[in-house]
Design a protein around this ligand. Structure first.
Ligand code: SF4
Length: 377
């Protein structure tokens, strides 16, 4: 199973918490699709002849691209790759772009069959704290528009642990989410990333800081409410009705192969990981792979072990020591079994056959638990 990711780095404004490579300008938008096509041609052999099961437009704001460009990108993809006719094709979208006209055009001219909508909150003061470009009314309207246009395979993003988001409001956000009968939810704690505007504003005491206690409480509510409504908590930040797991993200979590196109995109083909340049001008002007790909890394067995432990423990499939034994050898299994004893004693991890899973108690601490199991290189 392999996937292709297209990074669409345009946003109307930069959200204060964002640390992705994005441009709050349309300067290169007209020539961007052609640059992606060029890169696709240059790097088409990276995932060799594998069948492509997922296509994912992420960002940035992919819904800021005109439909004709999305059509162009998809046509070229189908020409160059063996794309599964049943492929999951996701487009990330921001509420301000999903007008009825845009949705109808997408429906008519593209095979996009899944939307991921960055709602984050239905309350204006939270959206203002985050410096999002939409308000709560727009967030609701866009969900109605998407459903009217016949898009039911939707994901909504919601952020919890925003200092302005009281417990009552968090409960309300979840209630509104449930009322739209959307099959997938991605929900993340607000993280203050280094060098973001949010970090600067917090340091200047112009924005309140996040609070671990509040975030843990919101996370508990999230687990309880989604569980009661029949959503499976299949990855630490992802919840889905049965049959609606994100196939594309599952490729990342299960160690599958993917080609990432566009500035700052990264790719993985089992042996090498590659990162593209973080510079739009350079990207647009590049006419050779070694000008596009900034860094290439052949993963060591220790890195492969650490990555597998980190990603697998975040999922409800868990970390399977048979997978480690077959892919890396007994030495790595021995290390894992030695290190995992403490989290088991602390009831943070449980063993089921050859698989180790994070318990309910451990879920909020999954990244820390995984890093205690790493091999330090
Ligand atoms: S819309 Fe998304 S990608 Fe764009 S600035 Fe906001 S968080 Fe970043």
């Amino acid at each position: 199973m392999a996937g292709i990711y297209y990074h669409i780095p345009f946003c109307r404004q930069k959200c204060y918490y964002c640390n992705f490579y994005v441009l709050a300008s349309n300067k290169y938008k007209d020539v961007y699709a052609d640059a992606l096509l060029r890169e696709m041609e240059l790097r088409k052999n990276y995932i060799e002849n594998q069948r492509v099961d997922t296509l994912y437009f992420g960002g940035g704001t992919p819904s800021s691209l005109p439909v004709k460009d999305i059509v162009k990108i998809l046509n070229k993809t189908h020409k160059l790759f063996d794309v599964n006719p049943e492929a999951e094709i996701t487009l990330e979208a921001n509420p301000e772009d999903l007008t009825p006209e845009y949705l109808q055009e997408l429906k008519k001219y593209t095979p996009v069959n899944r939307f991921s909508i960055g709602i984050q909150s239905f309350f204006d003061d939270d959206l203002e704290y985050l410096h999002r470009n939409h308000d709560g009314a727009k967030a609701r309207l866009v969900l109605e528009n998407a459903k009217k246009a016949g898009f039911n395979n939707l994901n909504m993003d919601l952020i919890y642990g925003i200092p302005t988001l009281t417990t009552e409001k968090w409960n309300k956000n979840l209630e509104i989410f449930f009322s739209y009968d959307i099959p997938h939810l991605s929900s993340y704690a607000l993280t203050v990333e280094p060098k973001t505007t949010l970090e600067v504003l917090i340091n200047q005491e112009k924005r309140e800081n996040t609070d671990d206690g509040q975030q843990a409480q919101h996370f508990e509510i999230l687990l309880e409410k989604t569980g009661n409504k029949g959503y499976v908590h299949y990855e630490i930040s992802n919840f889905a009705k049965p049959g609606h797991y994100s196939k594309h993200n599952s490729i990342y979590w299960m160690g599958g192969h993917y080609l990432g196109l566009g500035p700052s995109a990264h790719s993985f083909n089992g042996t090498s990981r590659q990162w593209n340049v973080h510079n739009m001008k350079q990207y647009i002007e590049s006419d050779a792979v070694d000008k596009i790909v900034l860094e290439k890394e052949i993963l060591t067995p220790e890195q492969r072990y650490n990555e597998y432990v980190m990603t697998s423990l975040r999922t409800n499939w868990g970390c399977d020591i048979e997978h480690i034994r077959n892919g890396l050898g007994q030495k790595y299994v021995d290390h894992f079994l030695k290190q995992v004893q403490k989290p088991i004693e602390n009831e943070m991890v449980v063993q089921k056959g050859s698989t180790f899973l994070i318990t309910h108690k451990g879920k909020f601490f999954s990244d820390g638990i995984a890093s205690d199991l790493f091999i330090v290189t």
